[in-house]
Design a protein around this ligand. Structure first.
Ligand code: G
Ligand code: G
Ligand code: MN
Ligand code: NA
Length: 256
């Protein structure tokens, strides 16, 4: 529980929290097509703590709205800064937790950030996991997602294939992208079952007019399989690890 009060303190001071960014690419050309914002907590004694560990803690102790707000604010500020410094104009994707959807007023908060930072909705994408989308406490997400998309935000289903097994929600919930979980990529190209799943998801998505991001691409062989299978968006250590904004600028900002 000491960690909870540490997290409270971190939210107040702000200087232990950071956003790192992982780039997304076209697998054939390596072109930059987007980036995902990933929260990091640099604990003064314990070092880097993974969001996988402290986000559940924040949710249990009523800190998630505040933490989520911090992420949205920071991601928008970073995107605005990048647009002023000539970085490629690609969508910055933010992970949205279940509690942000049914506790805070996500839509109002996004609108306020966009206005203050002079951003277009297309410059911010929202990643929602299957379990978040189907969480009953969030209400019927169909109309909400539709409204967000109409405004121009891009919406992705994160960790696709690992949550609920029903495909019915894909028909019901309007989204732009699915992010195919790295569990299906890891054993490519050798595992026949994974190869079949990835091929089938790509075909299904194409038929539905959805884009697919393959996650967790770590090797050239995985990348080559995905290119051959017609996947046009990839994310993973093979291209780049999540990194601080300044590192990203060294790679992608125009030379002065
Ligand atoms: O970056 P890393 O692999 O440590 O992330 C672990 C998990 O934490 C992933 O599932 C990722 O989606 C989640 N995560 C990272 N940043 C955020 C964030 O800002 N908000 C939420 N809700 N989840 C995040
Ligand atoms: O759940 P979500 O997809 O948001 O999680 C993103 C996390 O996945 C990031 O925090 C990142 O650390 C991790 N990740 C990104 N690329 C790779 C990869 O190529 N291999 C592995 N093992 N993890 C990755
Ligand atoms: Mn994600
Ligand atoms: Na994911």
């Amino acid at each position: 529980l000491a960690l909870v009060s540490d997290l409270r303190a971190a939210l107040i001071s702000g200087d232990q929290l950071e956003l790192h960014f992982q780039t997304q690419h076209h697998p054939g050309t390596g072109d930059l097509v987007g980036m995902e914002a990933l929260l990091r907590w640099r604990h003064p004694q314990d070092g880097m703590i993974s969001p996988g560990d402290f986000i559940p803690l924040a949710e249990r102790h009523g800190l998630m709205s505040e933490l989520g707000s911090w992420v949205i604010e920071k991601a928008c500020a970073q995107q605005a800064h990048w647009q002023h410094s000539g970085m490629p104009d690609v969508t910055v994707w933010i992970n949205i937790s279940a509690l942000q959807l049914f506790q805070g007023d996500l839509e109002t908060q996004l609108a306020s950030c966009l206005e203050r930072y002079q951003l277009k909705p297309a410059q911010i994408g929202l990643e929602l996991t299957e379990s978040v989308l189907l969480d009953e406490r969030a209400g019927d997400m169909g109309p909400r997602l539709q409204a967000l998309r109409t405004q121009g935000y891009a919406i992705a289903i994160d960790d696709f294939g690992t949550g609920y097994s029903s495909l019915g929600y894909l028909k019901r919930l309007p989204v732009d992208k699915i992010k195919l979980d790295r569990a299906f990529i890891r054993e490519l190209p050798n595992d026949q079952v994974d190869a079949a799943i990835v091929t089938a998801v790509l075909a299904m998505a194409e038929g539905m007019g959805l884009e697919v991001v393959a996650e967790g691409v770590e090797t050239e062989a995985q990348c080559q399989f995905l290119i051959n299978a017609g996947c046009t968006l990839v994310q993973g250590f093979y291209f780049a690890r999540p990194m601080p904004a300044v590192e990203l600028e060294k790679k992608w900002a125009p030379l002065p």
